[in-house]
Design a protein around this ligand. Structure first.
Ligand code: GLP
Length: 259
């Protein structure tokens, strides 16, 4: 049973289920503005926050709104550090479709941040040491304070595909055909790599706060599972619902299968 705590504040509905907060807005633009606002609030609370960033089409308007908020509120970002969720393996990191390029183009450069403020999954290291190296780097920063997340239409988070274990840490993963097909539009010159280095579910779960955003009808099934299925590696996003600070921000389409 979802209990609404506040109906229709500017068309946005906020519900709690246990400790999970669910915000439903009308449009993906509103979802993006809400996510950008939550990230800004985190920075106002802690100027040296460690922020986990995600990629994907869902996040593009989030970073646009975040830049506008940073400019209008004159937020100081100089003490922040950022960790990326995942990266393809077998792709030149300078390739325009690498997640590193995505973040440089949409976050690092527009916000005039320094490269030293970013940690990217070391997808060019040998496969047996890359995951441990990234986990150690996260530990050196005393963990992630605020993690932004999207979700794949099959319920993957980061690149934790169905079958991923709750205890998984950063590791090399094989992408499903469904995910490769979903991401093919990002690649004009080649097929989507079939391997990636991804934070694990346990890595993500260790962040002090999680904000997952989902927009569009293609995410409605994954959100339905998150809300209605037991925690299961068949749909990795379901693991997040036991996190003690978890906010889900949805547009009407992504929420369309919820009662
Ligand atoms: C990608 C990323 C995820 C992202 C998801 C959804 O492949 N690895 O971090 O959340 O798939 O992407 P989109 O927002 O484009 O639907």
């Amino acid at each position: 049973m979802i209990v609404p705590i506040s109906n229709s504040i500017f068309g946005i509905r906020i519900f709690y289920r246990g400790v999970m907060r669910i915000i439903v807005a009308d449009t993906k633009e509103e979802v993006a503005l809400i996510a950008a606002t939550l990230m800004s609030e985190q920075i106002l609370r802690k100027m040296n926050s460690v922020i986990g960033l995600a990629t994907g089409k869902t996040m593009e308007p989030v970073y646009e709104h975040f830049k506008k908020l940073v400019d209008s509120q004159k937020l100081d970002l100089n003490q922040l550090h950022f960790f990326m969720l995942d990266e393809y393996i077998g792709l030149d990191l300078k390739h325009s479709s690498s997640f590193q390029s995505y973040i440089k183009q949409r976050v690092l450069k527009p916000l005039n941040l320094s490269e030293a403020q970013f940690s990217f999954p070391p997808a060019n290291l040998p496969e047996d040491s890359a995951g441990d190296a990234y986990e150690k780097e996260i530990e050196q920063f005393h963990g992630v304070d605020f993690q932004l997340l999207g979700v794949g239409r099959n319920g993957h988070i980061g690149f934790n595909e169905p079958g991923s274990e709750r205890k998984s840490l950063t590791r090399v993963v094989r992408l499903t055909e469904d995910t490769r097909e979903a991401n093919q539009s990002d690649f004009s010159d080649r097929s989507v790599p079939d391997l990636a280095l991804s934070m694990g579910i346990e890595t993500i779960f260790r962040a002090k706060e999680l904000v997952l955003i989902a927009t569009g009808v293609s995410k409605a099934d994954a959100i339905h599972h998150l809300m209605n299925s037991n925690e299961s590696s068949e749909c990795p996003v379901t693991f997040l619902k036991s996190h003690e600070r978890f906010t889900l921000v949805l547009d009407r389409e992504a929420a369309s299968r919820l009662s």
